[in-house]
Ligand binder design. Sequence first.
Ligand code: B1M
Length: 211
Amino acid sequence: MSNLEELTSSVIDGQVAKAVEITQKALSAQVPAKEILDNGLLPAMNQVGSDFESGEIFLPELLMAGDAMKASIALLRPELTSTGAAYAGKCVIGTVEGDLHDIGKNIVILMLEGNGWEVTDLGIDVPPQRFCDEIKKGSYDIMGLSSLLTFTMPKMPETINVLKEAGLRNKVKVMVGGVPLNQSFADQIGADAFARDAVQAVVKARELVNK
Ligand code: B1M
């Protein structure tokens, strides 16, 4: 088994210390952080997602795998964000109210930061009004909303409406993302962009400020 396959297994098994150790070893061996993320960590989340769906694992295992994933990603942060890219703009991002998933959002943030974006992270379970208050405070180019749950997706149009009611909708572009979303949902709720993954989030963010 290669080191990255071993990393995938340790995340699936929720072995935080082992996942951290393998990640550290891979970084010391000059394996690029992006490769560790794409080939070691992300396959683990796909696997636990389908194991959870098919009832092979339960919430505690899902939580432990999430913890192992987050601990490993933290080690990749310095390399993923230190690219020396020119300033691109300012973005505020959060996971919508009712949703506690943040692994994907955090990867989006790492990629944006690595591409010159200044990012304010509002965290998880963010009420619509909290987004609105932040837009009022800062001069943001983009507001990013993440949702991993079908039943929290309606919080996205709700957040956009709160912005509209406060007269702030024209001040900021809205980008949405998360596994249950698609372009037609984004169009339907009046978002300015939908990004399927972190790489596309960087591309879409650049397009939004260049429009
Ligand atoms: Co949950 N969970 N979970 N979970 N979880 C899913 C999402 C699920 C699909 C699993 C399944 O059943 N197959 C399912 C949702 C089903 C649905 O909505 N129809 C589900 C469920 C049901 C639940 C609970 C309800 C379970 C329960 O309690 N019975 C519960 C909900 C809690 C809550 O939020 N209120 C729950 C809890 C959890 C944990 C806390 C245990 C944990 C999260 C840990 C954490 O995030 N800190 C967890 C996990 C780990 C998952 C899966 C397995 C993995 C998610 C993940 O991190 N993926 C997930 C199954 C799956 O997605 N395969 C699942 C890796 C990540 C890199 O990808 O998040 O998609 P992703 O992010 C991508 C893109 O989506 C995109 O870019 C990212 C990077 O490329 N993207 C954006 C995301 N946000 C973006 C924003 C953008 C642009 C792009 O612009 C702003």
